[in-house]
Write a protein that binds this ligand. Structure first.
Ligand SMILES: Cc1ncc(COP(=O)(O)O)c(C=O)c1O
Length: 442
């Protein structure tokens, strides 16, 4: 729609401000990043409570790969809600849960002999992965990357390492976690250059950590995001995960691939890890799976299963409405060829962002895969000082003009529209971003 955004009153308008005041009074402090108060949405267009039409390039934190309220998903949810909403899928049986598990086993990378544990959130899928890894290997240590985000429940939080505020006042979390630097060619933690670095970031796992102070026969698993999300949309070089995988195989350590943000077509492949040509032992999915209905899945090699009733369970996992929404989401992704679309539109978007980078000194880096894209703002392209305050102001300026964006890392801006995005919508977002960058640069 060429009339979107349509700003009738600069957001937040009077109705929005009233709701924000009520929210601030009653709702616990979380991570609110923009004063947008939505009333309804369709595709990428959000109507706020003051009648403004906004363009959503945040996808509800990467949840709406099929767009807001896709008719197929809405219909599946409506139908299921009228038939059976809850039947405790951990304790009893129904077909939707078994069918979704079968479907996920078939479409995730690696041999199809897999099992699935259902939960309600990304963090819960990580908690399950931790327990499956510990249970099956009977090893109690885990490894994760600096910059990682795996969630905020205590087990998942012990793996998360992207911002101090997420960890402060919560120490100690789960014991036995070692963090190692992630691959980041824009800001190499070892101050090396790719490819002359010879992939030290991957080799150091074996040559430093596992050889000196992290006994490999005590390590259950290594957790990694294919593209580090919250940490700044950081894409490792092509040799990174294959090298890591080789080391893990040498010691019988499991690889947990956290696809909570990158999965389901976001990177231009169904699963982010496919870009590295390897497959994990355990894979976690949430966010986009239910197109907005909370659901998560931890998919793992069949032989890693608990095999004992009661070792792990929950009440709502595999909820019927969530399963119906997920099956409809998978249908939409495949029938509308949204994964291919993510790759194609992502290439177009990236090229246009690189043009914007030529115009704006503030843009230090353009990166990502498919429609999992970000720009990183810097005060000086040579020193790469993080332009955090400028980033926040660009997001605020864009919002005043009707574009919803989210930050990532210390000075990044995520550009993650639904995979249904059109070229026209990308052009509109770029024009707003261009203006917002110019305003802030002044
Ligand atoms: C890669 C990744 N893992 C796990 C999580 C945690 O998901 P949730 O917020 O649903 O608990 C997130 C959330 O942003 C994520 O990006």
């Amino acid at each position: 729609m060429s009339n979107v955004p349509d700003i009738k009153v600069t957001p937040p308008g009077p109705s929005a401000r009233e709701i924000i005041a009520k929210d601030e009074h009653y709702v616990a402090t979380t991570t609110k990043s923009l004063p947008v108060v939505a009333r309804s949405a369709k595709g990428l267009v959000v109507e706020d409570v003051d009648g403004n039409l906004l363009l959503d390039f945040s996808s509800g934190i990467s949840v709406l790969n099929t767009g807001h309220c896709h008719p197929r998903v809405v219909e599946a949810v409506r139908k299921q809600s009228g038939e059976l909403m809850h039947f405790a899928g951990t304790d009893f049986y129904y077909d939707l849960q078994a069918s979704l598990a079968q479907r996920l086993s078939e479409i995730t990378p690696g041999p199809p002999e897999k099992k699935v544990f259902f939960g309600n959130s990304g963090a819960e899928s990580i908690e399950a992965a931790i327990k499956i890894a510990k249970w099956s290997t009977q090893r109690m240590r885990v490894i994760a990357f600096i910059g990682a985000f795996h969630g905020r429940t205590t087990g998942a939080l012990s793996l998360t390492a992207s911002k101090n505020v997420q960890k402060q006042r919560f120490f100690p979390t789960m014991d036995g976690v070692t963090h190692i630097p992630f691959a980041n060619c824009y800001r190499c933690p070892y101050h090396l250059e790719y490819p002359s670095c010879d992939l030290w970031c991957a080799k150091t796992l074996d040559e430093t950590y596992l050889s000196t102070f992290v006994p490999p026969d005590e390590v259950a698993a290594l957790f990694g995001e294919p593209v580090q999300g919250e940490g700044g949309y950081i894409v490792p070089p092509k040799e990174f995960y294959p090298t890591i995988r080789k080391t893990l195989d040498k010691y019988g350590i499991l690889l947990v691939d956290d696809e909570v943000q990158a999965g389901l077509g976001r990177t231009g492949r169904m699963w982010g890890i496919e870009h590295w040509g390897i497959y994990p032992d355990i894979l976690t999915i949430s966010k986009s799976l239910g197109s907005g209905i909370p659901i998560s899945a931890t998919v793992f090699r069949k032989e890693l299963d608990f095999g004992v009733q009661g070792a792990h369970s929950n009440t709502f996992g595999g909820n019927l409405v969530g399963c119906a929404a997920s099956l409809a989401t998978l249908d939409v992704l495949s029938e509308e060829k949204l994964v291919e679309r993510s790759e194609k539109m992502g290439a177009y978007f990236r090229k246009r962002l690189e043009e914007l980078q030529e115009k704006h000194e503030l843009i230090g880096d353009v990166r990502g895969l498919g429609l999992m894209l970000a720009i990183e703002l810097v005060r000086d392209r040579r020193t790469k000082d993080f332009a955090t305050a400028e980033r926040d102001r660009v997001i605020a300026e864009a919002f005043r003009r009707g574009l919803i964006l989210l930050g990532c890392g210390r000075s990044g801006i995520r550009l993650i529209p639904s995979l249904t995005v059109t070229e026209e919508q990308i052009d509109t977002a770029l024009a707003i971003l261009d203006e917002s960058l110019s305003t802030v640069a002044k």
